[in-house]
Write a protein that binds this ligand. Structure first.
Ligand SMILES: [Fe+2]
Length: 256
């Protein structure tokens, strides 16, 4: 079935109103439900990126709450099916959805499924790059290398995203830290805080791993798409401490 570009809002409304019923429908196979979840998230992310604001962030919470519930209830087989279904392209929308889905499941595994804020954490994973909506489009779309001043602007997106989530999304800062720290690196060479090792919240580290994995698997103007095994090897080379290993091993376990 094809949906015309001008009818996307109609489809989005339909999914908003019916997503819960679709996911509860016993006659639908899990593969269909996973596809509906993926497309709903994609549609909502596109909408949020086109016109981010407090109202849209609030509206989005319903879709992402249902998505997080769905992901947390999925069997191991269901998670692996979802991972196989993920598409890796250059779009910031698919990247956001992929990080949201993988990051939510990894956060559950790494935090023992006990964190009461998993809904907010999952939402922060989906919106980890929302700060880029405040960056000049010419910088985001630039095919070549960024100049120093452009790179300086780009490096502000985690802080800008954190502000959006806390101020417009009324998100708990303890969950929004996922967004703030998703480019911090254990060796202190990350941004925006150049935080070292244990100064980085586990949520920031989980989001960083998933963000790196998805970026490595996608084709970008400056690099080819790496196969998953190669991407995992490259990520593994950066692991330096017991918590990093634990998160890495949980992630590999999800892909197995
Ligand atoms: Fe980012």
């Amino acid at each position: 079935m094809y949906i015309h570009e001008r009818d996307k809002a109609v489809l989005r409304r339909y999914l908003d109103q019916n997503l819960k019923a679709i996911l509860q429908e016993p006659s639908l196979p899990p593969e269909t439900k996973s596809r509906v979840i993926y497309d709903s998230c994609l549609s909502r992310i596109e909408n949020l990126w086109e016109t981010p604001g407090a109202k849209l962030i609030e509206n989005g919470k319903q879709v992402f709450r249902l998505t997080v519930d769905y992901m947390l209830d999925l069997s191991r087989h269901g998670v692996q099916h979802m991972i196989r279904m993920i598409s890796y392209d250059q779009s910031v929308y698919t990247h956001s959805v992929n990080v949201g889905l993988l990051g939510t499941v990894l956060a559950k595994e790494a935090l023992g499924g006990s964190d009461p804020d998993l809904h907010e954490i999952g939402y922060a994973m989906f919106l980890h790059d929302i700060g880029k909506t405040k960056i000049d489009y010419s910088i985001l779309a630039k095919p070549g290398r960024l100049s120093d001043s452009e790179w300086e602007q780009m490096r502000r997106h985690p802080e800008l995203g954190y502000q959006i989530l806390c101020e417009e999304g009324h998100m708990n800062p303890a969950a929004a830290i996922t967004t703030l720290q998703h480019h911090e690196r254990f060796n202190g060479k990350g941004y925006p805080g150049n935080l070292l090792g244990s100064e980085i919240d586990p949520l920031g580290r989980i989001c960083h791993l998933v963000d790196s994995f998805d970026a490595l698997l996608a084709t970008r103007p400056y690099k080819p798409a790496f196969p998953p095994f190669k991407a995992l090897q490259m990520i593994k080379d950066d692991v330096e401490d017991p918590l990093g290993w634990e998160i890495f091993e949980k992630f590999v376990g999800l892909l197995r």
